[in-house]
Ligand binder design. Structure first.
Ligand SMILES: Nc1ncnc2c1ncn2[C@@H]1O[C@H](COP(=O)(O)OP(=O)(O)O)[C@@H](O)[C@H]1O
Ligand SMILES: CC(=O)N[C@@H](CCC(=O)OP(=O)(O)O)C(=O)O
Length: 264
């Protein structure tokens, strides 16, 4: 989302999916753009366990950048192809409700401010847009029952929304070829793994891959048929994935039901 050509290709892909009769929903991030504005404003940029430490002042910037800049830009790129995209945040129509989330560092829970975990999703507004032929573009911000506005990691927001929509597929775009088996020593990609296999690997993972894989795990455990981490640096990766057989990136599938397992 920081490369003009890739952003344009992404917008074309989402429109092509919609025109082909699928119902894509976009949940976007914008971590680098948020950090850039924080730096310009001389405010602190700090992450703990892959999540941004979010003071009330930081939250104002997060909201401004996600809803006012990144989301607007995506809506514009998509709408260059027709009146498809409608931008919203998780706050709109109570789409996402969050609770404060603590970060785990060396086994200890630490307060990282206004960072939330989505605990409830009301997908009605998103469904209404889909039914109307639109492409919802959702910023990962949610209101808490306590009245606070929370900063949500985009991958986790996408996962929660995919579950609530009973989506066929969760696709997470990133800046690597997929989940690397032995990161950072090798770039060998894990092509496919089940929910249980992923749950075993998750505690050993680090950095930005943690919320991505946590999101994939939650999605397939809660009804989404497949979750996929794709290389967003490859132009049209989304379309290639949906319309061709060549599996790329990392695919996470639910555990086989007990009666389909090879029990000896
Ligand atoms: N096992 C792993 N496989 C691949 N990438 C990993 C792994 N563990 C950590 N990473 C890091 O996670 C990054 C992707 O997460 P991040 O930069 O937060 O993405 P985004 O900004 O799209 O949310 C990769 O660029 C890589 O540096
Ligand atoms: C809590 C938390 O870390 N929120 C993220 C929200 C944006 C995001 O997730 O953007 P990427 O997908 O580009 O990382 C942040 O403030 O950066």
């Amino acid at each position: 989302m920081v490369d003009e050509k890739l952003k344009e290709a992404f917008a074309q892909d989402v429109v092509a999916l919609r025109r082909a009769g699928l119902r894509p929903v976009v949940v976007h991030g914008g971590g680098p753009q948020i950090s850039a504005l924080l730096e310009r404003l001389e405010l602190e940029v700090r992450f703990t366990a892959g999540l941004r430490v979010t003071t009330p002042e930081t939250m104002d910037v997060v909201r401004m950048v996600l809803a006012g800049q990144v989301q607007r830009e995506l809506v514009g790129l998509i709408n260059a192809h027709g009146p498809y995209a409608v931008g919203m945040t998780g706050e709109d129509a109570h789409t996402m409700t969050a609770v404060r989330r603590l970060a785990r560092v060396d086994g200890e829970l630490v307060d990282i401010g206004l960072v939330g975990d989505v605990v409830r999703v009301d997908p009605d507004a998103v469904r209404a847009l889909l039914d109307d032929g639109r492409i919802p573009v959702v910023s990962p911000i949610a209101r808490g029952g306590d009245g606070e506005v929370y900063n949500i990691n985009a991958d986790l927001a996408a996962s929660a929304l995919a579950v609530a929509l009973d989506a066929e597929k969760l696709v997470v775009l990133t800046d690597v070829a997929g989940l690397y088996a032995d990161w950072p020593r090798s770039e060998e990609v894990v092509e496919r793994l089940t929910a249980s296999e992923l749950a075993e690997l998750l505690p050993g993972m680090a950095g930005g891959m943690v919320p991505k894989m946590e999101g994939c795990l939650r999605a397939v455990r809660e009804g989404v048929r497949t979750a996929q981490v794709l290389d967003g640096r490859v132009p049209h990766t989304l379309l290639l994935e949906v319309f061709t057989d060549g599996n790329t990136g990392t695919t996470v599938v639910p555990d086989a039901p007990a009666d389909e397992r090879n029990v000896s």
